[in-house]
Design a protein around this ligand. Structure first.
Ligand SMILES: [Zn+2]
Length: 392
């Protein structure tokens, strides 16, 4: 499968300027086309659009200082965006027309592997002009330092920048998938907020995989910084300083959260032996009902926790590719009522989110809420397989 390795770059000030210049010109070209398309001009396809590059260069001679392959990539990207648009129109979905890229966002630069060089920890990115073009080179070839060793066999490299001004190189490379493990065990997980994943396998073993713990502490810090900032005059030195601090702290929080999700999903995909992993289908999940809404108004912490469950969606995505990579099968199952039903007698009772223990009113089962759901998911999955399977 194709995997992407994102590595932080150390870039000198002059090279950063060259990157900013090139992304600005690429974005300009992209936006110019988007505006024309928005005015009703038909998209001629990338090959025809690419032929107009010379005219664009004549119009703005600075474009010659941008490496040609990057400009070509702009047409390919537009082509993909238009194709996606028409695919959605055809499927009857509500399509979003390709958008003008804002100036504050970095326009990702895509280099095909053939045109860049990695030597030791130095990544060389060519710029435009010079050579046969006859235009004097304004920016020399960029030499960025990689903070980690790069993968050896890659197809393309995308250069991006985050909100804090750090540059990254993303290497896309083909990685072999692991063979499917011989074991036929099934492992079912209930995904939650308090414990990220609670699992049970066909042998009845129970797994608890904790989630990101520091959220509350970070939220508190962020609230403090924000309230301090809001007492300052806008655009004042202190305001700008506090804004930068806010950004830094929220990036730390985000990074820690991501790290947690990666560790947990790697544990499930690479360390646990089960061949099939079953999780509830998150798209069916309605976390916030009216009753919750009322309760959460009083309880800010819970409110936040529930609304922050986008982390679970990302967790599902990570599991998706990691399971493929590890040769495992990931199944999604309708998880309706899995937290309300008793896993022993099937009795259904209301389980508001704050009830952490399942106490069955019918058979007297007392079980952790998430464990009960995980058992239900596993049972539902096994039932779906039918009676003629090798699974016990
Ligand atoms: Zn029961």
């Amino acid at each position: 499968m194709l995997l992407c390795t994102k590595i932080r770059l150390q870039v000198s000030e002059a090279d950063a300027e060259a990157l900013e210049f090139m992304q600005g010109k690429c974005r300009g070209l992209y936006n110019w086309w988007v505006m024309r398309l928005r005015d009703g001009e038909p998209w001629p396809g990338w090959a025809a659009a690419k032929l107009s590059l010379q005219a664009s260069k004549d119009h703005d001679p600075d474009v010659r200082q941008v490496y040609g392959k990057l400009l070509h990539e702009v047409y390919f990207r537009l082509d993909k965006a238009m194709a996606a648009f028409f695919r959605r129109v055809k499927a009857g979905e509500t399509p979003g027309f390709p958008r003008v890229r804002p100036r504050h966002a970095f326009f990702t630069l895509c280099y095909p592997a053939l045109y860049i060089k990695v030597k030791g920890d130095i990544l060389r990115l060519p710029t435009g002009g010079g050579g046969a073009s006859g235009v004097p080179k304004q920016y020399p070839t960029i030499a960025a330092r990689l903070t980690e060793p790069a993968p050896t066999d890659y197809r393309e490299v995308a250069i991006s920048r985050d909100a804090r001004g750090h540059y990254y190189a993303s290497f896309v490379s083909e990685q072999p998938d692991a063979p499917t493990p011989p074991d036929s065990e099934v492992l079912a997980f209930d995904l939650g907020i308090k414990t990220l994943a609670t699992g049970v396998d066909t042998q009845g073993r129970i797994f608890h995989i904790g989630g990101f713990k520091g959220g509350g502490w970070y939220n508190h810090q962020l609230d403090k910084i924000r309230s301090k900032r809001d007492t300052c005059q806008k655009k004042s030195r202190r305001y700008i300083h506090l804004s930068a601090t806010y950004q830094r702290v929220s990036e730390q929080k985000r990074n820690k959260h991501t790290d947690c999700l990666h560790k947990a999903s790697s544990l499930i995909a690479y360390r646990l032996v089960a061949r099939t992993v079953v999780i509830g289908d998150l798209s069916q999940r309605q976390m916030v009902t009216k009753a919750h809404h009322e309760k959460q108004k009083k309880n800010k912490r819970l409110h936040r926790a529930v609304f922050n469950d986008w982390g679970l969606y990302r967790f599902g995505q990570m599991l998706d590719y990691k399971c493929v990579h590890a040769g495992k099968e990931l199944q999604r199952l309708d998880e309706r009522y899995t937290s309300k039903d008793c896993s022993v007698c099937g009795n259904r009772q209301d389980m508001p989110l704050w009830k952490r223990t399942y106490r069955c009113g019918n058979c007297g089962l007392v079980m952790d809420r998430d464990e009960n759901s995980a058992v239900n998911i596993l049972q539902r999955f096994l039932a779906r397989l039918g009676p003629h399977t090798s699974l016990a």
